[in-house]
Design a protein around this ligand. Structure first.
Ligand code: SF4
Length: 204
């Protein structure tokens, strides 16, 4: 069986917690009057002069990356964050749901309240299953109720069993594996698909 490996002696990665906005105190826009900040950073889409002025702040801002990440993590679609307008950030928002960042996964496992995508939450659940966490512990780490944590552990167990059954290569000396070949082919689906396409090409 393959495992998700972690090194428990490694210090927690520098991933911000969801509620941590301490970076904002160091932002270049800090100290602007509220109406001025609204005009610049929440301007109309075609207010090009305001957008350019706002970008001049962001361009030299020391917390630009944190600002950008905050908008992505909290799904803030409006306004300018990290020097990007809402239109410029749109592709990033679309992709973030599929993000699988193991630094975030590891930070969550170590108890940080980081934002996790669905893929990252699955990785935590699989780790929890392999490490035999209790549902209570998973429930605490993912901030979900106990029943949901139990469901996640059960699903993670099924996913790991399926993965190992699918990817573990057959031992040529194993009679049991030979018998299984009739019901299960260990060749990855993509390879099977390539073979099928080749066969169709030859037949055409
Ligand atoms: S990146 Fe721009 S909006 Fe974000 S804190 Fe810095 S100056 Fe303000």
């Amino acid at each position: 069986m393959r495992h998700i490996t972690t090194n428990s002696s490694t210090p927690a990665p520098p991933v911000r917690g969801i509620a941590d906005i301490s970076w904002h105190a160091r932002g270049a826009c800090r100290g602007l009057e509220a109406h001025e900040a609204d005009r610049l950073f929440f301007s109309a889409p075609r207010a090009l002069a305001d957008i350019a002025e706002a970008k001049s702040f962001c361009h030299t801002c020391p917390v630009r990356q944190d600002c950008f990440t905050h908008a992505l993590d909290n799904d803030i679609r409006w306004g300018m964050w990290g020097g990007l307008t809402r239109e410029e950030r749109r592709p990033w928002h679309a992709k973030v749901a599929k993000r699988l960042d193991y630094a975030r996964v590891r930070a969550a496992i170590m108890g940080r309240d980081v934002f996790l995508t669905a893929a990252e939450r699955d990785a935590v659940a699989r780790h929890a299953y392999v490490r035999k966490w209790t549902p209570e512990r998973l429930s605490y780490v993912l901030a979900v109720d106990l029943d949901h944590a139990r469901d996640l552990l059960r699903d993670a167990g099924h996913a790991i069993a399926d993965r190992d059954r699918y990817w573990t290569p057959a031992d040529p000396d194993d009679d049991e594996a030979d018998a299984m070949d009739e019901t299960f082919c260990p060749v990855p689906r993509q390879v099977q698909t390539d073979d099928l396409i080749d066969a169709l090409r030859k037949a055409a």
